[in-house]
Each structure stands twice: as structure tokens, then as C-alpha cells.
Design a protein around this ligand. Structure first.
Ligand code: GTP
Ligand code: MG
Length: 321
């Protein structure tokens, strides 16, 4: 997605003024100093306003229309950013761009109509000063909107690009169970792995090949069972966007964490993604006794794969089926 940020007001104004100075410097000398001065002021207004209008309307034009996005992204966008406020920010930028267009027209007409009289040079300078004053304060009035828009774009840019119409494997489970480790073992992806919960804050995407076809594997932030704090609620909602994707959930179980919580989460996910297949992976089997493993296997009577050595190969085979 082609998402662009926009310069902060001070920088926009500086750049617009620099363009004005450049145009003025390049303006050809006219028959009289008065006409040269008038022409220079018009060129300044023209160049600076064109720059600002282009910047502002470009941002508005390039922002993807939320209604036209695939359902998956539409949902993710609405969870990640405050769409209404982004729309408001864009609409304010659009209004300012239109007002600048009008001021430009008004001031240029005034300058063009100006005849050579004793006071004319002073009047022309005043018209120009008025233009720059008003345009500067208009751009400065966008400070909040520009900041909000840029922050939102930054968040959206962190979204990995996921082909929403292709099959995916989604790795889910409690925090710290080894989801990212699993992603790194079945794809070339090198996600951050650490021994504390909530290492993964966003989505990591890796690719593996099934009969030469690329399949996306998506590693997600750890989901807590039930007692969802506010932040994790947002993550859970973001995960719910996955209902629009086709594919299979790889549910990772850590035998050292509370099994009933993991069973509950699995149940929740099965409700949320009733159309998807599930593969249960029992991870970290190197850390438990065989008897403990057998106990856990009994808890999950469905299809499961034990991952470790041979187990990892079994999982890969399962995914390639
Ligand atoms: N001994 C052992 N440790 C493992 C295994 N898999 C993962 N770990 C360790 O478990 C810890 C958590 O691994 P991650 O892959 O970051 O877990 P995660 O589920 O992605 O964690 P969050 O992103 O925080 O939810 C790390 O210290 C890993 O090295 C395993 O099979 N055996
Ligand atoms: Mg992780």
C-alpha cells in the first residue's frame, strides 16, 4: 500500500517559501522596475501555493479508500487506527488546500489589477505579505491533523502485506508458548524471539513453499485466555480480522503453562474461526517427561503434532499435504 506521510507545518512552510524565493529569483526583468516587482510577487504566490496545494491534495488523493479495501484490511485498519479522525484530518487538509487556491486567485487578481501609482509598490508588497501570512497560519492550523495523520500512517505501515485472497497458516496461542520460534523453523522469517510474554507486538509473516506455491504463515501476538486487558482486547479484535482469510490455524501449546487456559483459548478460537482447520502443536517437549507429554496428549484428543526433531518434520509434512 502506498501510504505517505506529510511534512510537519514548519517544514511545509519553509519548503513553500523556498520555492517562492527561487521563482522570484528566476523571474525575468520587465520594462520597468514596477512590473518586475509585480511579476516577482505573482511568481512567488503561484509557486508556493502550487507546492502546498499539490502536497495537501496529493495526501488526500493517495489515501486508500477504506470502503474499497478487502474485508480483511478494512477490519485491521479500523482496529489499528481511528478512521473517523483520519478522515477528519484529511478533510481539513483538503479544505485548507481549497482555501489556499482561493487566496491565491484573489491576491493574484489584485496584483494584476494594480496600476503604477506612487503607493503601488507598497501596496503590492502588502498584498504579498498578506498572502504569506494567511497561508502560513492556515498550514499551522493543520498541526494536529498532520500529526494525527502521520501517526496513523506509521501504524498502518507496520502492517505486513498479506495477500488477503490466498491461503494462510495462522500461528496462535498463549503468550510465550513458542509461536515465533515455530515461524522461524518452518519459514525463512527471523522474528524476534524472547523468553518473556508479548515479545511479538504485531504480525510476523513468513513464506513456505507448497509444491512451489508460496504459502503465507502469520505469527500473531500471544492471546490471553479470557481475562483480556484492554490492549489485548485490541489484539484479539485484530486477530478477528483473520476470519476473512482462508486457511488453517496452527495452535501452539506450551506444556509448562496452564493447560486448561490453553484449552479454553483453543475453544474460543474454534468459535471465532469455525470455518478453518486446526493443527495442534505441542511445543517444548524437550522440557518435559514422557509421562507428562502423554497426559497432555490425552487432553487434546484431536489431531495434534508434537514438535521437536522428528515432530517438526511431521508438522512440515502435515502442512505440505
Ligand atoms: N526449550 C525450548 N524452548 C523453546 C521452544 N520453543 C520456544 N522456546 C523458547 O520459548 C521462549 C518463547 O519463544 P517465542 O517464540 O518468543 O514465543 P512466542 O509464543 O512467540 O511469544 P510471544 O510473542 O511473546 O507471545 C523463547 O525463550 C524460546 O527460545 C522449545 O521447543 N524448547
Ligand atoms: Mg512471538
Amino acid at each position: 500500500m502506498n501510504l505517505k506521510t506529510i511534512d510537519i507545518p514548519e517544514k511545509l512552510i519553509d519548503a513553500a517559501f523556498a520555492r517562492a524565493r527561487k521563482q522570484s529569483a528566476h523571474y525575468k526583468k520587465q520594462k520597468t522596475p514596477f512590473y518586475t516587482m509585480k511579476g516577482k510577487e505573482i511568481a512567488k504566490i503561484d509557486a508556493s501555493s502550487e507546492f502546498l496545494i499539490e502536497k495537501l491534495s496529493g495526501i488526500v488523493k493517495d489515501f486508500p479508500s477504506i470502503d474499497k479495501l478487502p474485508e480483511f484490511y478494512k477490519d485491521l485498519f479500523t482496529f489499528i487506527i481511528d478512521i473517523n479522525n483520519v478522515k477528519k484530518a484529511l478533510s481539513n487538509m483538503s479544505s485548507v488546500s481549497k482555501i489556499i487556491k482561493n487566496i491565491r486567485r484573489e491576491k493574484i487578481v489584485k496584483l494584476k489589477e494594480l496600476k503604477f501609482e506612487p503607493n503601488s509598490i507598497k501596496i503590492a508588497k502588502n498584498i504579498s505579505r498578506e498572502y504569506f501570512g494567511r497561508v502560513s497560519s492556515l498550514i499551522k492550523s493543520l498541526k494536529k491533523d498532520i500529526n494525527f495523520y502521520n501517526e496513523s500512517v506509521k501504524k498502518l505501515k507496520e502492517l505486513p502485506s498479506i495477500k488477503a485472497d490466498e491461503e494462510v497458516y495462522l500461528i496462535a496461542g498463549l503468550p510465550n508458548v513458542g509461536k515465533s520460534t515455530l515461524l522461524s523453523k518452518i519459514t525463512e522469517s527471523k522474528p524476534k524471539i524472547a523468553s518473556y510474554p508479548f515479545t511479538t507486538k504485531g504480525l510476523n509473516v513468513g513464506i513456505f513453499f507448497k509444491k512451489y506455491l508460496p504459502i503465507q504463515v502469520i505469527d500473531t501476538p500471544g492471546l490471553l485466555d479470557r481475562s483480556l486487558s484492554k490492549r489485548n482486547n485490541i489484539e484479539l479484535k485484530a486477530i478477528s480480522a483473520f476470519q476473512y482469510l482462508k486457511g488453517t490455524i496452527i495452535f501452539v501449546i506450551d506444556p509448562l503453562q496452564i493447560i486448561s487456559e490453553q484449552k479454553n483459548l483453543l475453544k474460543e478460537l474454534k468459535k471465532l474461526f469455525s470455518d478453518k482447520g486446526f493443527i495442534i502443536v505441542i511445543n517444548k517437549t524437550d522440557l518435559i517427561e514422557k509421562t507428562k507429554l502423554e497426559e497432555i496428549l490425552k487432553e487434546f484428543s484431536e489431531n495434534y503434532v508434537v514438535i521437536e526433531g522428528e515432530g517438526l518434520n511431521n508438522l512440515k509434512e502435515e502442512l505440505l499435504k
